[in-house]
Design a protein around this ligand. Structure first.
Ligand SMILES: *Cc1c(COP(=O)(O)O)cnc(C)c1O
Length: 396
């Protein structure tokens, strides 16, 4: 079949027609349990009534004005995120990559405004993923995403994940402006950074006047049971945070959170965006935050995450020939497989369960946050049945 879409994706042959809650239905009416949620985007599942109402109400009022006019929903959402986090300012974007670009600009500008004009270095960790723009692939430590796109932007460098000696050397480099890290690596294999490492990193950054940027594009928005993952960790707040994916619940939207200090180089005209913070996105963004901060919502995420943990442990215990490890936190989880999980993903889809994959042979599970314990048991059952079939096939 010919396809006019630039051939950068390899979509599965299934065509989805509609979604409701944690389920999606294909064009033949077959239901699927959605345990990837548009890669951690549909935080409240499909067509959540609160989001549908917020979006359609706003669609009947006003779509776009540009940031040359005040957007009341934007000011309200900024204030709400500031009240809930370390931040003093929020800036709204349209995507994760745009949030990363903005964080890098703000960090470099902070040093520039203090007269440290040569401080442009950005340090990242191997296995990290920070989006597909030139800044994003320069920040990201995976060479395959940079291949053919010219040299890495000046100042960007990476060190191995978990190499404390390399970090202690790199943090002292006089041109270093900021360190960027995913508190839970998503694409790299759903790996949680140990709490003491985030705390240690915060301390090192403070000692050397380096800003700390968290990429919580995937692990934020309530996914690990806190509004932002780092809120689990004491004394490890960042100076800047990039968000996107789940905070828009499926409406394209990103956000930068900044401390007052980190933003000290920013002023009128220094940065901007056409679509970011527009009325439609802000209506949905406020509605997502209403639900996620609602009574008992994050407690329920943590409870269901416990059921998921148990289910994954039992899979690992019963199929050690297939599962090497379980990784991640909350509802951002990985089953690290002994073999490439891509064929397995297809088999699970045939059985009505949608999952993703990530680096390091990881099968990625990121269901909508509204998932119930019964949904989780159903998903684990489907994986169990598939594993049992694989073991029988291997034994025969
Ligand atoms: C998805 C993702 C990005 C890129 O976001 P886009 O919206 O695709 O630009 C960056 N960092 C992390 C951790 C992500 O998961």
């Amino acid at each position: 079949m010919s396809n006019a879409v630039l051939p950068v994706y390899g979509p599965s042959p299934v065509v989805f027609e509609r979604g409701e809650g944690v389920r999606m239905y294909d064009d033949k009416g077959k239901p699927y349990l959605d345990f990837i949620a548009g890669i951690a985007v549909n935080a409240l599942g499909h067509c959540h009534p609160v989001l549908v109402k917020a979006l359609s109400d706003q669609a009947n009022k006003l779509w776009h004005t540009s940031n040359m006019f005040r957007v009341p929903g934007q000011e309200r959402l900024a204030q709400r995120y500031v009240d809930l986090t370390f931040a003093d300012y929020a800036f709204f974007t349209n995507s994760g990559a745009e949030s990363i670009e903005g964080c890098i600009k703000i960090a470099r500008r902070y040093h520039w405004a203090k007269g440290d004009t040569d401080r442009i270095g950005i340090l990242s960790f191997e296995g990290s993923f920070h989006g597909r723009t030139l800044g994003g692939i320069s920040a990201g430590a995976q060479e395959k995403y940079r291949e053919g796109f010219g040299p890495r932007i000046q100042g960007f460098r990476s060190i191995p994940f978990g190499d404390h000696e390399a970090l202690k050397r790199a943090i002292k480099e006089p041109d270093l402006a900021a360190v960027i890290i995913e508190p839970v690596q998503g694409e790299g294999g759903v790996r949680e950074v140990p709490e003491q490492c985030l705390q240690g990193l915060r301390k090192l950054c403070d000692e050397h006047g380096v800003l700390l940027i968290y990429d919580e594009i995937q692990c934020g928005a309530g996914r690990t049971g806190q509004l932002f993952h780092h809120q689990w960790v004491k004394d490890a707040e960042p100076d800047l945070l990039a968000a996107a994916k789940g905070i828009g619940g499926g409406f394209p939207m990103g956000m930068i959170l900044s401390s007052e200090k980190a933003a000290s180089g920013m002023a009128k005209g220094v940065h901007g965006t056409t679509f970011g913070g527009g009325p439609l996105a802000m209506a949905v963004g406020n509605a997502v935050l209403d639900v996620v901060t609602g009574d008992g919502f994050l407690e329920q995420v943590r409870r269901v995450a416990g059921t998921m943990q148990q289910g994954m442990e039992s899979l690992k215990g019963r199929y050690p020939e297939l599962v090497k490890d379980i990784t991640g936190r909350g509802l951002l989880r990985g089953l690290k497989m002994r073999d490439d999980p891509l064929p397995l993903r297809g088999k699970l889809s045939d059985r009505g369960l949608l999952v993703g994959t990530a680096g390091n042979n990881t099968l990625r599970l990121a269901p909508p946050l509204i998932v119930t314990e019964d949904d989780v048991r159903e998903a684990i059952d489907i994986i169990d049945q598939q594993f049992a079939t694989m073991m029988t096939a291997a034994g025969s």
